[in-house]
Design a protein around this ligand. Structure first.
Ligand code: A3P
Length: 306
């Protein structure tokens, strides 16, 4: 028992089997606290909420899938590790490892029963989640239309569904960690009420001014760049090290794979186009309008627009 909660597998199974379920995109999703969660991850999310103890200084990157997680992982890792590994270091971990190997994905560690690895990390810890807002992380998002298109290209090789299937499920809110609009609102609202705890980043704005955003990230994390860092060009070097072309070309990203309990993906699939607005090549104007209307309606009153 932790925090007064029993945490036996049987009890978790009872909780999971009592949750609303829906089959979408060939996956069974369960609705847990308003979020559609892949069935295989629900017990992980419950135990994460019960057992994970945040520490002062923790940095948790949060994103809906396909909104720039890989990039943010690289930037945040390079920023936080710059003392041990200057971004121009020829032996930099990001030149040897995929960004997902540098920053642990807590949803997966809890799914695989390996959450002790998070406890073993020295502070300040840098971690990542795709969960809806429930902790206090830094978050990145992007135009939901581009996110859908990116997700489609990413998952089509490992799950047999069409873009129309994905689009229709997304309109109903039924994607893993959906509805997307609740994911957005959760982090957005908290970034407004607790700006010291949640930094809300937008992929499109990061593309326009990556160096400015790395400075903002470093400040938020509590490791602002010093005058000496600035004079040495560290923020620009971090951006260069983490740029799409640089990372895409590394051997660790052209080969190898991320192998999770639920999904496996070749590292190269995390790097596709890396631009804003690619939805025009994949969605009809009617689809875009339908999706924009849903996003507008669901975000109305929150102050968040796309
Ligand atoms: P596209 O499929 O539109 O190209 P995530 O990392 O959350 O899975 O998001 C993946 C998206 O981020 C993909 O978008 C991918 O190409 C893009 N991406 C990956 N690394 C990037 C980088 N270093 N800079 C900019 N975009 C990047």
């Amino acid at each position: 028992a932790v925090d007064g909660h029993s945490s036996t597998p049987e009890e978790y199974e009872d909780i999971v089997s009592g949750l609303p379920s829906s089959t979408a995109l060939g996956m069974v999703l369960r609705q847990y606290r308003g979020s559609w969660v892949i069935q295989e991850r629900v017990t992980a999310f419950i135990s994460l909420q019960r057992r994970f103890t945040p520490r002062p200084g923790d940095v948790l990157l949060a994103s809906p899938a396909k909104c720039g997680t890989t990039w943010l992982k690289a930037l945040a890792f390079a920023t936080m590790a710059r003392g041990a590994y200057p971004p121009t270091d020829a032996q930099h971990p990001l030149l040897r490892m995929n960004p997902h190997e540098c920053v642990p994905f807590m949803d997966e560690l809890f799914t695989a029963g390996q959450d002790a690895r998070l406890e073993a990390l020295p502070s300040p810890r840098l971690m990542h989640t795709h969960m809806h807002h429930s902790l206090l992380p830094a978050s990145v998002t992007r135009d939901p239309k581009d996110m859908l298109v990116s997700l489609w290209h990413f998952v089509k090789g490992v799950r047999p569904f069409t873009f129309d299937d994905l689009f229709n499920s997304a309109c109903e809110g039924k994607t893993p960690n959906g509805p997307i609009w609740d994911h957005l609102i959760g982090y957005w609202s908290t970034s407004k009420t607790s700006p010291d705890n949640v930094l809300f980043l937008r992929y499109e704005e990061m593309l326009i001014d990556p160096v400015g955003h790395v400075r903002e990230l470093a400040r938020f994390i509590g490791q602002p760049f010093s005058h000496a860092d600035e004079a040495a060009g560290i923020p620009a070097d971090i951006v260069k090290l983490c740029s799409f072309d640089k990372l895409k070309g590394q051997g660790a990203n052209t080969a190898g794979s991320y192998d999770g309990k639920v999904f496996s993906f070749a590292h190269e699939t995390f790097f596709r186009k890396g631009v804003a607005g690619d939805w025009v090549n994949n969605m009809t104007p009617e689809m875009a309008q339908r999706f924009d209307t849903i996003i507008e309606d669901t975000l109305r009153g929150s102050g968040l627009t796309f």
